[in-house]
Design a protein around this ligand. Structure first.
Ligand code: KIV
Ligand code: NA
Length: 260
């Protein structure tokens, strides 16, 4: 059954939370069957599935399409819909955007940075919010680690606390020093999900394409549990060879006896 925002808060400090991104129905179905409790339909879809060089090209329509696909694949899993660039710039705009993702099938929404009035407005309207600080790709100038100076580390800590106090039920910390992530995780009452933020968070999130090895670049903090790009290449090469030699479809017609 779908785990609610409140239950995730109660899980803090008990069992580490395994979150993966998902963008498509068949992948979401497999992730649900594997028991992943929470899926993020991230605006990373723009980079890993759509070929854009930044998440800033992703629109609310793109996100509705992917949230719907993931919901149909994983009907019993908590799904977070990421609010894309500029769709959360003002409380009223954010509320309308969030309602679209909820209508498409999301259980909660995620937004980047300390937009405290937006977080408060969404939670006031019963839309559970996941915060996101550290590296925030929608506005970042580079993908380098952030929070290495004392001043930046303090800013990220202050933001994390303010995001919690504004009403977020979960926080994603991206690409910050491990010790800073450990301190923030200990300081907050809500679960902290890390990506490139070290081992001491309450959970970890990976971009599914990175975990699958589907793509041509992977961040150094990600792990490739498989090499799907290689499999796709091999399938295409084998199919092409079999068509040109007329092995396919003869080899399956012989097996199934179809064609009549
Ligand atoms: O869009 C996304 O996939 C994300 C994760 C990297 C946290 O925001
Ligand atoms: Na994102």
């Amino acid at each position: 059954m779908r785990i609610t925002a409140q239950t995730f808060v109660q899980m803090k400090g008990k069992k580490p939370i395994a979150m993966l991104t998902a963008y498509t129905c068949p992948v979401a179905r497999s992730l649900e069957q594997a028991g992943i409790p929470i899926l993020l339909v991230g605006d990373t879809v723009g980079m890993v599935e759509m070929g854009f060089d930044s998440t800033r090209h992703v629109t609310i329509e793109h996100m509705e399409y992917h949230v719907g696909a993931v919901r149909r694949g994983a009907p019993n899993t908590h799904v977070i819909g990421d609010l894309p660039y500029m769709t959360d710039s003002h409380p009223e705009i954010a509320l309308a955007s969030a309602r679209r993702l909820m209508a498409a099938g999301a259980d909660s929404v995620k937004l980047e940075g300390p937009k405290l009035d937006v977080i408060a407005e969404l939670t006031r309207h019963d839309i559970p919010v996941v915060g996101h600080t550290g590296l925030t790709p929608q506005t970042a100038k580079s993908f380098a680690r952030v929070g290495r100076t004392d001043a930046e580390a303090q800013r990220i800590k202050d933001e994390a606390l303010a995001i919690q106090n504004a009403g977020a039920f979960m926080l994603v910390l991206e690409h910050i020093p491990y010790d800073l992530a450990r301190q923030i995780t200990a300081m907050l009452n809500i679960p902290v999900i890390g990506i490139g933020a070290g081992p001491d968070c309450d959970g970890q999130v990976l971009v599914i394409n990175d975990a699958l090895g589907l793509g041509d670049y992977w961040p150094p903090f990600s792990k490739q549990y498989a090499h799907v790009t290689k499999t796709v290449h091999e399938v295409a090469r084998d199919f092409s060879r079999e068509v040109e030699s007329r092995e396919f479809p003869n080899n399956i017609i012989q097996l199934t006896g179809s064609g009549r």
